[in-house]
Design a protein around this ligand. Structure first.
Ligand code: GLP
Length: 246
């Protein structure tokens, strides 16, 4: 099922956010109870701001929407300021009419993390699959916490993020030693099962990973390149992130 990644190059991160939000608005128009797969990180923040604006100013409703998040730190409670649950509450959920019980994120304090991963896969199946995964991109080509070496068939599991990912994420922590060394993530296969994928990348520091993902060989060395096989995958890029595309 060769798809090829469809690329949209936009002027700046605001334009990327505007188009990403438009994808979601169009989906919700067709399907008000859509299942969204959501990312954390700095990249989607302007998109979440735009969705909040659309909700507050233009009445975009999330009252029937279901969401699943890509990943979570193992060992952080949802009340911890650096947990992805806290991030989602702060940047998105807390400003929308979304029902809290329709938002699903791995429990970072799960006593049996492997069981938590199996339950998350079952939850996705129970919701009828994901309509749209909104992804970010790591500088080493990772998606969610699927680091290089993750296969196209990988499913939700416990992972140990690469040192460069820990380093990149340490900017959010007061003390870099506080960054959890393990995470819970959906797999590349879990993402590929989604009906559509929209990956956002902004900034020159993402340019190399973008080029490898879009134009490089399809390889586990760059997990985002495995998205080339998806029939409906868009990369929304600002100019600096697109600079190394041929
Ligand atoms: C983290 C997350 C990813 C995210 C990536 C990029 O490691 N697990 O889901 O896409 O970093 O983050 P940022 O958007 O802040 O560059």
């Amino acid at each position: 099922m060769a798809g090829g990644i469809k690329v949209q190059i936009l002027d700046d991160e605001q334009a990327v956010a505007g188009l990403a939000a438009k994808f979601i608005v169009e989906l919700l128009r067709r399907r008000p109870d859509a299942v969204l797969g959501l990312a954390t990180g700095s990249t989607p923040e302007p998109t979440y701001d735009e969705l909040v604006r659309l909700h507050c100013e233009e009445g975009l409703s999330f009252s029937k929407v279901r969401t699943l998040n890509l990943d979570e730190y193992l060992g952080l409670d949802g009340d911890h300021e650096q947990s992805f649950r806290f991030f989602m509450q702060k940047h998105l959920f807390g400003h929308l009419d979304i029902r809290p019980w329709n938002t699903f994120i791995f429990d970072g304090m799960a006593r049996e993390p492997e069981q938590e991963c199996l339950a998350f896969e079952a939850k996705i199946r129970g919701l009828g699959g994901v309509d749209l995964w909104l992804l970010g991109l790591g500088g080493n080509g990772h998606i969610a916490f699927n680091e290089p070496g993750s296969t196209a068939g990988s499913r939700s599991r416990v992972v140990t993020p690469d040192p460069e990912t820990v380093e990149a994420n340490s900017r959010h922590f007061a003390d870099p030693r506080e960054v959890p060394r393990r995470g819970l993530t959906v797999g590349v296969g879990t993402i590929l099962d989604g009906r559509s994928i929209v990956l956002l990348a902004t900034g020159a520091h993402k340019a190399e990973a973008v080029a490898r993902a879009v134009e490089g060989p399809r390889s586990v060395d760059c997990p985002a390149s495995l998205l080339q096989d998806h029939p409906d995958c868009f990369f929304l890029l600002d100019r600096p992130a697109a600079a190394r595309l041929s």
